[in-house]
Design a protein around this ligand. Structure first.
Ligand code: FAD
Length: 492
C-alpha cells in the first residue's frame, strides 16, 4: 500500500487496546478499566454483538468445588486433551474455573447456576442462561461496559497487523471502510476468536476468519495444535440454524440417516458419543436428521424452546443436521498470565491454544473466557509503556504497509469460496495425506495469487490473506501428524 507514514491516520494512544468484542475481549476490557487504564476495544463486529460468544449456547461447565467431583472433572478434561494440553493452564482451568464462573455474579449476568446434590452438600457444576442464548450474556456485558466504564468501542474495525519493535508491542494496524489507521498502545490484548470461516460449513459467525492467528504468526509468534479443529455434530442447518443441546438425546431424540436408520445404535454411547466420533459418523452419512418422534415434549419445551418452536412451525420439514467447523483447539500458546513472546502483547479466548489439547470438553470454552479474559485484562493493565524508538516504529509500519502492495498490483482476488470448499474437502472431519498435500499446493498458489492481486476491496484482500495463512497452518500441522489423535482424523 503506497502511503507516506506521515499521512497515516493515527488514533490517540490507548494504554490497553483490546482486539475483539466477544466475551474474552469484554472481560479483558472491564478488568483493564478497573485497574485504572484507558481502554479501547477494536472489533470487526459489534462489541457484544459478534463472534462465537454471541451465538453460543451460554453453557459454562466447570469442575465443582467438592474434591471427588473436581477429580472426576479433571480426569475427563485431561482425557479429552489426549496428552496435548499444557498442564499448567489445564490445571488452572480445573482449579479456578468454578471461582471464575461464580465471580461473574458481580456483573448481574442472566446466568442460572446449577448444582449437583451430594451427601456433603450441593455443588455447582454449570451456569447457563434461560433460554440458552449467548446473546443474553454478551448483551448484558456490553451494557455493563457502556454503563460502568469509559472504554472506547471502535466497531466495524478490522485489526490486521501487530506493530512491534525491539520485542515490544507498539500498537496495531487496522482497516475501517477501506482506510488504514494506526492504533498505538502500551499493551494489546488479542481476543479475536477462531477461524471457522476457512471451512465451507461452520457454526461460526462470518467475522471469524482467523485474523488473530494470522496476525500473531506474521509477527513471528509460534502457533500450537492447529491440526486440532473441532467439528460440531449438534447443529441443525435446515429449515433453520440451531444448536442441539446434547442432553436432548437422554430424553428420546435420535439421529437417523436418509434411509431412516438410527446409525448410532451400535455405538456404546449412541448419540452422546464424543464429538469427534459423532462428527465422523455423521460425515459418513448422505443425510442426517434429528428425529424428535420419541422425545419428551415437556422437556423439549422447557430446555430447547427454539427447537420445539422450529418443529411446530415446520411440521412437514425434517430437521437436517450436518457437522460443522466449530472450535479451534490450537492457536497462540496460552500462558498462565496470558503473556506472549512479544512484551506487552497478551492473548486470551479461542485465539489461544494448548488449553484443550487435541479435543475440547463441552462448556469449557466459555469458562475459559471468564478465567483467562480477566487475567489478560489485569496483566495488560499492569504493563507499563515500552520505550518508543520512533525510527524503528516507522520502519516497521513501512514494512507492514508495503506487504499489502499498491497500484502496481492488478490481479484478481482468489476465490474465497473455493478455498473454503477445498478446506472442507481435504482438511475437515476426515483427512488423508494425499488430499492434504494437494490442498497445500492449492494454498501455495492462492498465496502467490494474493501477492499479485489488487488489494481491493481492502477488507476482502486482508481477510483472504489471513484465511489462506490459517488454512496453511492447519494443513501443515495436519501433514506433520500422520496418525489420528483427538479431533485430527487421518483416513488410512
Ligand atoms: C454456535 C456455537 C455455540 C457454542 N456454544 C458454546 C457453549 O455453550 N459453551 C462453551 O463453552 N462454548 C461454546 N462455544 C464456543 C465459544 O462460544 C467460543 O469459543 C467463545 O465464545 C470464544 O470467545 P472469544 O471472545 O475468544 O471469541 P469470539 O466470541 O468469537 O469473539 C471474537 C471477536 O473478535 C472480533 N474480531 C475478529 N477478528 C477481528 C479483527 N481482525 N479485528 C478486530 N476484531 C476482530 C469479532 O468480531 C468478535 O467480536 C460455541 C461456539 C459456537 C460457534
Amino acid at each position: 500500500m503506497k502511503m507516506e507514514i506521515e499521512q497515516l491516520p493515527r488514533a490517540e494512544k490507548s494504554e490497553v487496546l483490546v482486539i475483539g468484542g466477544g466475551l474474552a475481549g469484554m472481560y479483558a476490557a472491564i478488568e483493564a478499566h478497573r485497574a485504572g487504564r484507558s481502554v479501547r476495544i477494536l472489533s470487526k463486529g459489534k462489541v457484544g454483538g459478534s463472534g462465537a460468544s454471541l451465538v453460543s449456547m451460554s453453557v459454562h461447565r466447570f469442575a465443582p468445588r467438592e474434591p471427588g467431583l473436581r477429580e472426576e472433572y479433571r480426569r475427563r478434561f485431561l482425557a479429552s486433551g489426549e496428552g496435548e494440553q499444557d498442564l499448567r493452564v489445564a490445571e488452572m482451568l480445573v482449579e479456578r474455573g468454578a471461582d471464575a464462573v461464580e465471580a461473574l455474579r458481580e456483573f448481574e449476568l442472566p446466568l442460572e447456576y446449577r448444582g449437583m446434590d451430594t451427601p456433603s452438600g450441593t455443588y455447582n457444576y454449570l451456569a447457563c442462561c434461560k433460554p440458552k442464548r449467548g446473546r443474553l450474556l454478551t448483551g448484558a456485558l456490553r451494557n455493563y461496559l457502556l454503563a460502568h466504564t469509559d472504554a472506547v468501542l471502535d466497531e466495524g474495525v478490522m485489526a490486521f497487523d501487530l506493530v512491534k519493535a525491539g520485542g515490544n508491542i507498539l500498537g496495531v494496524l487496522a482497516e475501517r471502510d477501506g482506510q488504514v489507521i494506526y492504533y498505538p498502545a502500551d499493551a494489546v490484548v488479542l481476543a479475536a476468536g477462531g477461524a471457522g470461516n476457512i471451512y465451507r460449513y461452520t457454526s461460526n459467525t462470518t467475522d471469524l476468519t482467523g485474523d488473530g492467528y494470522a496476525m500473531a504468526a506474521r509477527a513471528g509468534l509460534r502457533l500450537v495444535g492447529m491440526e486440532f479443529v473441532q467439528f460440531y455434530p449438534y447443529r441443525i442447518c435446515t429449515p433453520r440454524r440451531a444448536d442441539i443441546f446434547p442432553d436432548i438425546f437422554s430424553h428420546g431424540a435420535v439421529f437417523r440417516n436418509e434411509k431412516g436408520e438410527r446409525f448410532m445404535e451400535s455405538y456404546p454411547m449412541k448419540e452422546l458419543e464424543n464429538r469427534d466420533v459423532l462428527a465422523r459418523a455423521l460425515y459418513r452419512q448422505e443425510r442426517v436428521y434429528l428425529d424428535l418422534t420419541a422425545c419428551d415434549w415437556a422437556y423439549l419445551e422447557r430446555e430447547c424452546p427454539n427447537i420445539a418452536d422450529m418443529a411446530r412451525r415446520f411440521p412437514d420439514q425434517p430437521l437436517e443436521v450436518r457437522p460443522m467447523a466449530h472450535f479451534f483447539m490450537g492457536g497462540i500458546p496460552l500462558e498462565p498470565d496470558c503473556s506472549t513472546e512479544i512484551r506487552g502483547l497478551f492473548a486470551c479466548g479461542e485465539v489461544t491454544g494448548g488449553l484443550h489439547g487435541a479435543n475440547r470438553l463441552s462448556g469449557s470454552a466459555l469458562t475459559e473466557t471468564a478465567l483467562f479474559g480477566r487475567i489478560a485484562g489485569r496483566e495488560a493493565a499492569a504493563t507499563g509503556p515500552a520505550p518508543r524508538d520512533r525510527e524503528a516504529e516507522t520502519a516497521e509500519l513501512e514494512r507492514l504497509l508495503a506487504a499489502i502492495g499498491g497500484p502496481e498490483r492488478v490481479g484478481e482476488l482468489p476465490d474465497r469460496q473455493l478455498l473454503r470448499e477445498n478446506m472442507w474437502a481435504a482438511a475437515s472431519v476426515e483427512r488423508d495425506m494425499e488430499g492434504l498435500q494437494r490442498l497445500m499446493a492449492f494454498l501455495e498458489k492462492t498465496e502467490e495469487q494474493l501477492d499479485h492481486a489488487a488489494p481491493r476491496p481492502l477488507r476482502q484482500w486482508l481477510e483472504l490473506r489471513n484465511m489462506t495463512a490459517v488454512s496453511k497452518a492447519v494443513t501443515e500441522a495436519a501433514i506433520r501428524r500422520p496418525e489420528s489423535l483427538g479431533a485430527h482424523y487421518i483416513r488410512k
